[in-house]
Design a binder for this molecule. Structure first.
Ligand SMILES: Nc1ncnc2c1ncn2[C@@H]1O[C@H](COP(=O)(O)OP(=O)(O)OP(=O)(O)O)[C@@H](O)[C@H]1O
Ligand SMILES: [Mg+2]
Length: 275
């Protein structure tokens, strides 16, 4: 028996070759990591390193050709349709773009009741739960009657978070969920993620390219570099005293608000480039 929620064991993801005689395109080269119940694992790495692919593999949406993904100790690859549906209650997702991830033709009430209705919850009960959920993500009660386009980006992301929460998941895969928001809104939405975790014990696999975001929210951090995990550890440890050269470069590239630190970093970056 394991106390881990999610385990990736030497996971390989390959996309089929485009054209005959070509090699398949290997995006993840044997990735191992784990997430405990109630924990946030921040997954960082530059663009194209395979972060989204890793999240999609966990959701069963990417072609896993090697290794194993386990949820609560059970392999998730090769599940039948019924088991997969059961799992889709426990693992939810919040995407980056709050402008395309919500169906524009549906009211917020319809968007949020739909996942409940398809699992047999009665409409009155579903609507009652949705009203409560809107309160949890700090949206006004009258939000239920409105369409997604009548909300700001930050509010839409709250709707997406409410949708992910409505079936009481154990794990939410968050793929750059605050990257499209301005800094103040980012901070508020990140606080909401933390607050929800404290209230519900949900775990997050939190994908981001932004180290300040990852520092804010994660318990542990895994650094992905060209399809390999090059470093994992305690969030403060990895973001303040990185071991791996790639993590150090990533840190140097991250903007800082303190001008003095910034000047120092520019100097360090120059030195790193020269060596
Ligand atoms: N469906 C697909 N078919 C073929 N190749 C793909 C597919 N999806 C992703 N890739 C490739 O896999 C690699 C990793 O992509 P991925 O989207 O996981 O990166 P990422 O780390 O999320 O980047 P970003 O920070 O830009 O979102 C890229 O080289 C991409 O072109
Ligand atoms: Mg991505």
């Amino acid at each position: 028996m394991t106390s881990l929620l999610l385990e990736l064991d030497d996971v390989v993801v390959e996309y089929p070759a485009k054209g005959r005689g070509k090699e398949p395109f290997r995006v993840l080269h044997g990735v191992s990591l784990s997430v405990a119940p109630g924990e946030t694992l921040g997954l960082v790495g530059e663009s194209g390193s395979g972060k989204t692919t890793l999240g999609r593999a966990v959701l069963g949406l990417a072609p896993v050709t090697g290794g194993e993904i386990r949820f609560e100790g059970r392999p998730v690859s090769g599940l039948g349709r019924r088991e997969r549906r059961a799992l889709s209650k426990d693992i939810q997702v919040v995407f980056q773009d709050p402008y395309t991830s919500l169906n524009p033709a549906l009211t917020v009430m319809d968007i949020l009741t739909e996942p409940l209705l398809v699992t047999g919850v009665a409409r009155a009960e579903a609507e009652r739960r949705v009203q409560k959920l809107l309160g949890h993500v700090h949206l006004p009660q009258d939000a239920a009657r409105r369409l997604p386009r009548e909300f700001s980006g930050g509010q839409r992301q709250r709707i997406a978070i409410a949708r992910a929460l409505c079936r009481d998941p154990r794990l939410i895969v968050c793929d750059e969920p605050v990257s499209a928001l301005d800094l103040t809104t980012q901070a508020r939405v990140l606080d909401l993620f933390v607050e929800i975790q404290e209230a519900t014990g949900v775990a997050y696999l939190f994908v981001t390219h932004d180290l300040s975001v990852v520092r804010h929210i994660s318990h542990r951090v895994a650094v992905l570099y060209r399809g390999d995990i090059v470093e994992t550890g305690d969030a403060a440890q990895v973001t303040e005293h990185p071991e791996h050269a790639y993590t150090k470069r990533l840190l140097l590239a991250a903007p800082v608000s303190d001008p003095e630190r910034q000047a120092q970093r520019r100097a360090e970056r120059l030195k790193a480039a020269a060596s």
